[in-house]
Design a protein around this ligand. Structure first.
Ligand SMILES: Cc1cc2nc3c(=O)[nH]c(=O)nc-3n(C[C@H](O)[C@H](O)[C@H](O)COP(=O)(O)OP(=O)(O)OC[C@H]3O[C@@H](n4cnc5c(N)ncnc54)[C@H](O)[C@@H]3O)c2cc1C
Length: 637
């Protein structure tokens, strides 16, 4: 497999401009002859579909929700980064680029990250023009706050609902194109396979989730903006529906899967409260602007927080990372929370929690200011825990939140299958081994509004719009495979629910491939997952039929894919004998417990290639070089 990153030559700050000039264009009169299939209508998919339709292409857009407005992107709370330097606090495109490369622990492609930082400033203008109600200062300028891993304030926000407001902007743009006939929207339609004809991605096989009808859609290129796979762990902050099926089926058709083991564990989530919980709730990182994280100094201290005097508290982030304090990046803050809990200093039921305390901020700024900044987040916390965070500190604990891994893409966002483009959280690019807060929305919108519309034109310009028909034998063959698989789930009629297998897999991965990993644990998981998979295919019970709305059937397909991807994740984590970002191998740490990279042997993207059923995946490497941000041990001290 060839991994050509297609990074343009020249100085980093000129690469994107030069590339835009050198890319081929499609004559405006010819654009309507091309059909582009976009799977996903979250921030990445909706912005891409709307922008390509605006350019003149025919777009077919698919999502499994009843409306694009319900994509997982709507959950994003805290904000979106952009190097506008409104605060005049020393920010610049270069600083955002630098922070992102360093924050990702030197495992991202420099050229992509620089482009992302450049485009960040355009995204804000675009969204403001759409009417996204960003918070403003008294002067009228857009307000900013800080997120982890940065010493400047560059995060734009709309209270604690930034994703929702941005998605409404993208949705409006999409609906305008639907109304004008440029986009045909297919809600409640799940992509279950990719159609590759003559080596090019030419379409998808979908199931209508209401009627169960399976059919093909064909086009000149396919774009996946299908989100992340954090739900592999069962418990995560992701929307319950988020899954890996689209990218996993594309992997099995030849798209390389990059860095599957890079998972982000977010430090500030509401702790797990019981065995049968099905979902975890994020408390936005923005809260760490004003909240102080602490635990009692003494292990086993069960006094209520208000009775623990200042001198007996350990503000461990401020102590260990004085320069960044409570705004240490997510991977570091999560591991620090795990460490204090492992020492027996955790708080709340089971000792799996730390305090996020607003008492000082309330004393300094007043309750009203705190309410204005975080009101909806405080209300959400109170509703879930029945504790009032204006009076007692929040209790938080790390939880699975985001996946930096995804399908490998080149600088044009094209996968290793020609014509298959991947955007947003579904691809692997830009965040390396650890994503900085407020950078996912930035990346999804950069990909959708600005990068893909140009790079896909470049691809299409090289191919005549020769329509493949949905009656093509390859479409028929894949439809039959999809139907057979659906039938297989229903025929098993075993004794266990799909969820019970999902929970079992999730617990195993959290224990063996979660916040920390080691070789012995990963080997155990690699031995155990095929056993769970075998049990699943023998004993799962999927009630109902395939000719109706059947959520158990939908879940069965998704969990079957998680059962395969989970194994690849552990294989990747085992082979990467170093610690970097969210991938913390216990064997590779510095004396003070920080991640210890091995740049000599592992400064590469691990792009795994499917080699057939029951065959080990093949490893391909894209070497990473750092010309601008020099390789160094990450320090936030
Ligand atoms: C609780 C929470 C808060 C967050 N807050 C922030 C924040 O403040 N700032 C930030 O930068 N990031 C944040 N993130 C991360 C960010 O929200 C996501 O990374 C981002 O929204 C992903 O956008 P996306 O468009 O790539 O995918 P999604 O929004 O997940 O959209 C995926 C789309 O693909 C469709 N789809 C998937 N599979 C299929 C299929 N097989 N067939 C058909 N359709 C399919 C879905 O229907 C959906 O439309 C947060 C994440 C969480 C969980």
């Amino acid at each position: 497999m060839e991994l050509n990153s297609r990074v343009p030559s020249g100085p980093i700050e000129r690469k994107w401009d030069k590339h835009r000039f050198e890319m081929k264009l499609v004559n405006p009169a010819n654009k309507r002859k091309y059909t582009v299939i976009v799977v996903g209508s979250g921030l990445a998919g909706a912005s891409a579909a709307a922008s390509m339709s605006e350019l003149g292409y025919n777009v077919k857009c698919f999502c499994f929700q009843d409306s694009p407005r319900r994509a997982h992107s709507i959950a994003a709370q805290g904000g979106i980064n952009a190097a506008k330097n409104y605060r005049n606090d020393g920010d610049s495109i270069y600083r955002l680029f630098y922070d992102t490369v360093k924050g990702g622990d030197f495992r991202a492609r420099e050229a992509n990250v620089y482009r992302l930082a450049q485009i960040s400033v355009e995204i804000i203008d675009q969204c403001v023009a759409q009417g996204v109600p960003f918070a403003r200062e008294y002067s009228g300028l857009l307000a900013n706050r800080s997120f982890g891993g940065a010493q400047v304030s560059r995060t734009f926000y709309a209270r604690g609902q930034t994703g929702q407001q941005l998605l409404l902007g993208a949705y409006q743009a999409l609906e305008k194109e639907v109304a004008s006939g440029g986009v045909t929207m297919y809600p409640r339609t799940e992509m279950l396979d990719l159609i590759v004809i003559d080596g090019r991605a030419r379409g998808i096989v979908v199931r209508d989730m209401i009627t169960g009808v399976i059919r093909s859609h064909v086009g000149d290129a396919v774009v996946l903006g299908t989100g992340g796979y954090g739900n592999l762990f069962y418990l995560s902050t992701n929307a319950k529906g988020s899954n890996a099926t689209a990218i996993w089926r594309a992997y099995k058709r030849g798209a390389a899967f990059a860095n599957p083991c890079y998972t982000q564990i977010h430090p500030t989530c509401i702790p797990v409260s019981g065995e049968y919980q099905s979902k975890l709730t994020l408390m936005s990182e923005s809260l760490r602007n004003d909240g102080r994280v602490w635990v009692p100094r003494k292990p086993g201290d069960t006094r209520p927080p208000g009775q623990i005097p200042e001198a007996e508290r350990d503000y461990y982030l401020e102590r260990r990372y004085p320069s960044f304090g409570n705004l240490a990046p997510r991977d570091i803050a999560s591991r620090a929370a795990k460490t204090v809990c492992d020492e027996g200093r955790g708080v709340g039921p089971g000792g799996l929690g730390v305090y996020l305390d607003f008492a000082d901020a309330i004393a300094r700024l007043g309750t009203q200011t705190i309410r204005e900044r975080y009101g909806n987040l405080f209300e959400m916390y109170q509703r879930i825990t029945d504790e009032d965070p204006y009076r007692v500190p929040m209790r938080i604990y790390p939880a699975v939140h985001y996946t930096m891994g995804g399908l490998w893409v080149d600088y044009n966002l094209m996968s290793t299958i020609p014509g298959l483009h991947v955007i947003g959280e579904a691809n692997f690019s830009d965040h390396g081994a650890n994503r900085l807060g407020a950078s996912a929305l930035m990346q999804g919108l950069a990909d959708g509004y600005f990068v893909l519309p140009g790079t896909i034109s470049n691809y299409l310009a090289g191919h005549k719009p020769d329509q493949v028909d949905a009656s093509h034998p390859e479409c028929r063959r894949i439809e039959e495979e999809v139907s057979a698989r659906t039938g297989r789930f229903l025929a098993i009629k075993g004794t266990r629910t799909v969820d019970s297998f999902h929970r079992e897999l999730g617990r195993l991965l959290w224990d063996k491939c979660g916040m920390t990993r080691n070789a012995a644990g990963l080997r155990e998981a690699i031995a155990e997952i095929p056993r769970i998979r075998e049990d699943f295919w023998r004993d799962v019970n999927v009630p109902g039929s395939d000719a109706e709305l059947n959520q158990a059937l939908e879940k069965a397909g998704r969990v079957a894919d998680f059962l395969e991807l989970g194994e690849l994740m552990c294989i990747d984590a085992l082979h990467r004998e170093e610690s970097c970002g969210g991938h913390f191998r216990e064997e590779y740490q510095t004396e003070d417990g920080e991640a210890k990279r091995d740049d000599e042997h592992f400064a590469y993207v691990a792009a795994w290639q499917y080699a057939g059923p029951d065959q080990p995946p093949r490893l391909n490497q894209e070497p990473l070089s750092f010309e601008y941000v020099h390789l160094a041990q990450r320090s936030y001290k």
